[in-house]
Design a protein. Sequence first.
Length: 303
Amino acid sequence: MARVISFINFKGGVGKTTCTVEIAVCLAAHHKKRVLLVDLDPQTNATFYLVDQPFWLDWVRERGSLKDLFTDYILQRQTFRLDRAIIPNVAPGGLAIEGLHLLPSHLSLITIDEQLAGVSGADRGIFGPQAILKAHLADFEDAYDFILCDCPPNFNLVTQNGFFASQAYLVPTLPDYLSTLGIDLIRRQASRFATGIRQTFPTVGAAYDEPRLLGIVLNRVRVLESGSPPRLPHVQQRAIQSLKNTLGADHLLFASYVTESVAVSDAPSGKLPVSISPDAKCRKSQEQFRRITDELLTRLQGG
Ligand SMILES: Nc1ncnc2c1ncn2[C@@H]1O[C@H](COP(=O)(O)OP(=O)(O)OP(=O)(O)O)[C@@H](O)[C@H]1O
Ligand SMILES: [Mg+2]
């Protein structure tokens, strides 16, 4: 049965998309897992990391995107077919990644949150509009080992759909003061969400398990190579310490992290995730994402 994991942070630009895509690529290419990446963000960044725009345009016109899954619910119709909308074995830069499938997003998903908020779920089955994605994924649980949801930087209804479908969530963050401030808010919001589900749907909601926080992944860490041994700038060290204090448990912080790298920032425009790039410049980041993926697998086994 697929493990569903959401990549969440309410703060923008911290590396949610980068981590989701690179970990998905590692799981498929290096661990030979069957992976579905669900792009829940109207910015469509994960989608365009893996497929080019002309291909995407033809695909979503013909077969639909995540937006149509929600539109069906809003219009009370059943025309959307998830099996048709999923792009199989994506081939960024012409390199096919066997086993990595993508449910593409759409720029007009941006209006869906608002529309969903206006729909009452009461007469639409047992759960409300936060359960739309989970209901569709139910038929695909045996088709994948992992389903990774790249969430937008908020906790609106589309994000809640990813969260509700997930057994676990991972929080990428930057090692800076403002980025780490929000982590506790995410955990509180997660608990509040679970309590809300149990209260709103007392019968079926009682069995609802809050997704487990798998851990925090630090991104864009700067290592000062001049020192011996190499160390992080003081400002990043202070932010990491304050994060540990907030978490109250050091083990929630992944031991592996991603350093600042031009190879990573160039990857989406080059349409080649660093994790499969043959370019020697990508080797360091490649190794980092591999370690994070290994750690994620170990953490999943532990719970
Ligand atoms: N380790 C890194 N080194 C250099 N650039 C990075 C690194 N990680 C991410 N970036 C760049 O930072 C920007 C933001 O990253 P990304 O899109 O993954 O963040 P995000 O949290 O998904 O953002 P949003 O909240 O807008 O969805 C991108 O341009 C990305 O290429
Ligand atoms: Mg993103």
